[in-house]
Design a protein around this ligand. Structure first.
Ligand SMILES: Cc1ncc(COP(=O)(O)O)c(C=O)c1O
Length: 442
């Protein structure tokens, strides 16, 4: 098929997610390899966002491609009710890396349904119904998951699932309580307990949070926050659910971001890096106290493609690649390079208000004015108002860098196999594009 046909048929027959269809002119990708993708003209782009922050091991890893081929030749599909080799082995392989006693898994198609199933299970286990989540959060787009989400993707599709109560975030750069860490004594965490009290603990089934907030601005909770949430949940009889869909699988330099604080939640939801996006798969990891109860009850959940054998085989191979290619170690080393470079950019550019991150999971927060911290682009800006984000994106692509720019956040989350010279190449392009952002700042 010629490139013009790809474009023509795409516009004629394909509806793209999260878009105004008539405003679209998507780049045609012809191939991908390692940390790069190539367009129809062979132009190379450094993938500084791992597609949707999911291709953690990079593009087209030969070992995972081989595992997919082998599994496809053997057995493509067996119903979820049957036991199958790749399913069983994946459970065992995951149990080697999950914290505490979270050693049983319900396999889903992706992150949204992992979160929805976690909610069903939390409600079944606690016999309570309310779920506490945060405003600067994203937990998926299906009707239950979007209700859990705090960010602006939710209101346009409301009313969604009932029973969600939202609280403020550990967002130190723009603290909702006007306080400063550590003298704040984690007021944001304490407010979660206050909200649970107002809602009454007898109704609150779980607190569901991203261990490190991803698409809502890369919020790394301050030390002590996750520990405090754990204590609050335990005290109030609510389960703590860690959404590690984006932050899991080495993204922060540990298997799961919550491992940085040695906190064991009651459930972990995961997807993305589990298969590195090669084939869709998600999972809910459950602690023993929960499975001890739920194992004896009917589980009112399941989809035709849950625990797909092809996806499970892909995940097994992906886990091996993380280990063999020492991706977690590389993430920690390369993360230090990002930290230093972004610190320098913050000092150099008047539009850079804050730089935040951990491992290979970073964001630059752009401001109009460093003193007032007024965002360069308003949170939730759409259409013409978001033209600046689009212009930044355009300039990055011209410079050969593909990344996510969402309002005033520019994300840096390359594949975990990235080498230092590749990373520095990408950061140089970003640095140059920030001159444009500076021209709009005071
Ligand atoms: C933290 C988080 N949770 C859940 C999801 C939803 O995952 P999926 O798109 O696989 O349904 C995402 C997707 O970006 C996410 O970042």
């Amino acid at each position: 098929m010629s490139v013009s046909d790809v474009k023509k048929y795409d516009r004629e027959y394909v509806i793209h997610s999260w878009s105004v269809q008539t405003a679209l002119d998507p780049l045609v990708i012809s191939r991908t390899q390692g940390v790069y993708m190539f367009d129809e003209n062979g132009k190379r782009y450094l993938d500084m966002t791992s597609q949707l922050m999911n291709q953690n091991i990079g593009h087209q890893h030969p070992k995972v491609v081989e595992a997919i081929k082998k599994q496809a030749e053997r057995v493509c599909f067996v119903a979820p009710g049957l036991a199958y080799e790749s399913r069983s082995f994946l459970g065992k392989a995951l149990a080697e890396i999950t914290p505490g006693d979270l050693k049983k898994f319900f396999f889903t198609l992706g992150g949204a349904d992992a979160n929805e199933n976690a909610v069903k299970m939390a409600r079944a286990y606690t016999k309570k119904w309310k779920i506490v989540t945060r405003y600067r959060s994203y937990h998926g787009a299906t009707y239950g998951a979007i209700a859990l989400t705090g960010d602006p993707r939710r209101p346009p599709v409301e009313p969604a699932m009932p029973g969600v109560v939202r609280v403020f975030d550990p967002y130190c750069y723009r603290c909702s309580f006007g306080l400063t860490y550590p003298s704040c004594d984690l007021r944001c965490a304490q407010s979660v307990e206050e909200v649970i009290q107002y809602e009454t603990p007898e109704t609150v089934a779980a607190v569901l949070v991203e261990s490190v907030v991803g698409s809502n601005g890369l919020i790394v909770p301050p030390d002590g926050y996750m520990q405090r949430l754990r204590e609050i949940c335990t005290r109030s009889g609510a389960l703590l659910i860690a959404d590690e869909v984006m932050s899991g699988f080495g993204r922060t330099g540990k298997w799961f971001a919550i491992d940085h604080w040695n906190v064991v939640p009651d459930m972990i939801t995961m997807a993305k890096g589990l298969t590195s996006g090669y084939v869709p798969l998600g999972a809910v990891a459950l602690s023993k106290k929960i499975t001890d109860v739920l194992d004896k009850q009917m589980l009112w959940a399941g989809l035709t493609y849950n625990a797909h054998p092809l996806a499970c085989a892909t995940a097994i191979a992906t886990l091996q690649v993380y280990r063999e290619d020492k991706m977690l170690e590389n993430t920690t080393t390369m993360g230090e390079v990002v930290r230093q470079e972004l610190e320098a950019m913050k000092a150099r550019h008047r539009s850079v208000g804050d730089t935040r991150g951990i491992g290979l999971f970073w964001a630059i927060e752009l401001v109009k004015d460093k003193k007032t911290r007024e965002p360069l682009i308003r949170w939730n800006a759409m259409g013409p108002e978001a033209a600046v984000s689009r212009e930044i994106n355009k300039r990055l692509l011209e410079g050969g860098v593909y990344t996510t720019v969402r309002w005033n956040f520019l994300f840096i989350a390359p594949p975990l196999c990235i080498k230092e010279d590749e990373l520095r190449e990408g950061l140089r392009v970003i640095d140059k594009v920030l001159d444009y952002a500076d021209s709009l700042a005071i």
